[in-house]
Design a protein around this ligand. Structure first.
Ligand code: NAD
Ligand code: UFG
Length: 364
């Protein structure tokens, strides 16, 4: 039995592929590479020494998606594919609703048609909006504040309705807090396109000399040092959480909702300090005004995931920063430069890699 990973070439998807392969699962990856590179999957194979099929297919391409279910005996799906930039979702809401919401509906329709009803879905702590209390338990009021967050909220609701209509489905809705860090090998990590929006990739690029200085968005919040506090979680811990969630949906039907965080918040200034320690580099920063839409404090109540999945995050902030730094200095351009070289060799040998008509691509 095989697990289909949508968005498996992305940041969290690629790390989860590693953990699934290490746990003995067979996987198949579908990704349209709109925010990722095939090189990430090549490196997953290098890290694990295992091979798998990958398909450059868009979730909106229903026929293409169906061909995967005909070709492979899929038992479960982990669904990462989605657009995730909050600001972009405000300027391009229709694109976000189409890609994220309609993409998920198409996926579920294809799953239903093929009698595959186990699904693990990437939701986000953004569904909580500005929380009334911290730590945030799963049964908090949901009041997300931007189109990206609303796509996650809508998908969560759609998935509940799917289960209510047919209790043969088994679904996990995982609300991630702030994933950072990279695989210990330094071979895979977060590779944002353009200037990063998120704190850790920004700090990493200042440390490696690609960006001049960080802007700290506000130091007048009611927090220990006035800067925003978040629950940063190592991407490998998060990935292991997916393996546990998959075990859960495969063994117990229902709609299971879990926070995946550490339960501990760090301020922006604490993160700068931790990264300086891990990298030995000074991080230049200036304090600027608050970023519109930011909340002061956000961290998870992690008890439910521990009680029901037996999972808790184990890697601390130093390890997160050390691993992020290793990835950054070894790959200052992310996957980009290697991907460009690789594309050239792919063009030369294209017939070796592409098998029509399913667009199957197997990289060694
Ligand atoms: P990512 O952009 O690195 O990965 C998403 C992948 O999905 C990319 O490889 C992209 O090419 C692919 N994709 C997007 N639309 C697609 C489509 N229509 N068809 C096929 N492939 C498509 O992002 P990530 O950080 O790995 O996030 C994975 C999931 O987790 C996303 O759904 C995101 O919203 C969610 N999430 C991320 C964070 C975070 O901070 N990184 C936090 C909470 C939730
Ligand atoms: N920050 C800065 N300077 C920067 C970037 C961020 O000071 O250049 C601060 C922010 O103000 C915030 C903290 O660093 O206090 C973290 O900001 P991020 O942008 O890294 O993360 P957010 O918590 O704002 O948002 C992230 C994702 C969302 C997701 C949310 C919860 O971007 O998509 O986590 O999972 F919804």
């Amino acid at each position: 039995m095989t697990v289909l990973i949508t968005g498996g070439a992305g940041y969290i998807g690629s790390h989860t592929c590693v953990e699934l392969l290490n746990a003995g699962y067979e996987i198949v990856v579908v990704d349209n590479f709109s925010n990722s590179y095939p090189e990430a999957l090549r490196r997953v194979k290098e890290i694990t020494g295992k091979n798998f099929h990958e398909y450059p297919i868009d979730l909106l391409d229903q026929e293409g998606l169906e061909s995967i279910f005909l070709k492979h005996k899929i038992s479960s799906v982990i669904h990462f594919a989605g657009l995730k930039a909050v600001g972009e979702s405000v300027s391009e809401p229709l694109w976000y609703y189409r890609n994220n919401v309609i993409g998920t509906i198409i996926l579920c329709e294809v799953m239903k048609k093929n009698d595959v009803k186990n699904l693990v879905f990437s939701s986000s702590a953004t569904v909580y909006g500005k929380p009334d209390t911290v730590p945030i338990p799963e049964d908090s009021l949901l009041k997300t504040t931007n189109p990206y967050g609303r796509t996650k909220y809508m998908i969560e609701e759609i998935l509940r309705d799917v289960y209510v209509a047919d209790p043969e489905w088994s679904i996990a809705r995982l609300r991630y807090f702030n994933p950072i860090g990279a695989h210990i090998s330094g071979k895979i990590g977060e590779a944002p396109q353009g200037t990063p929006n998120n704190l850790l990739p920004y700090i990493s690029q200042v440390a490696v000399g690609k960006l001049n200085e960080l802007k700290v968005f506000g130091n007048d919040y009611e927090t220990q040092d006035g800067t925003g506090v978040r629950d940063y979680i190592h991407v490998v811990d998060l990935s292991i959480g997916h393996v546990k969630a998959l075990e859960k949906v495969e063994s117990e039907r229902g709609v299971h909702t879990y926070n995946l965080g550490t339960g501990r918040g760090y301020s922006v200034l604490e993160m700068i300090e931790a990264f300086e320690k891990a990298s030995g580099q000074e991080i230049s920063y200036i304090v600027s005004k608050r970023r519109p839409g930011d909340i002061p404090v956000c961290f998870a109540d992690t008890r439910k995931a521990f009680e029901e999945l037996g999972w808790r995050a184990e890697r601390g902030i130093n390890e997160m920063c050390e691993d992020a730094w290793r990835w950054q200095w070894r790959n200052p351009e992310g996957y980009h430069s290697i991907e460009a070289d690789h594309q050239t060799s792919l063009e030369k040998e294209s017939t070796k890699f592409f098998v029509a008509p399913q667009q199957e691509k197997v990289l060694k």
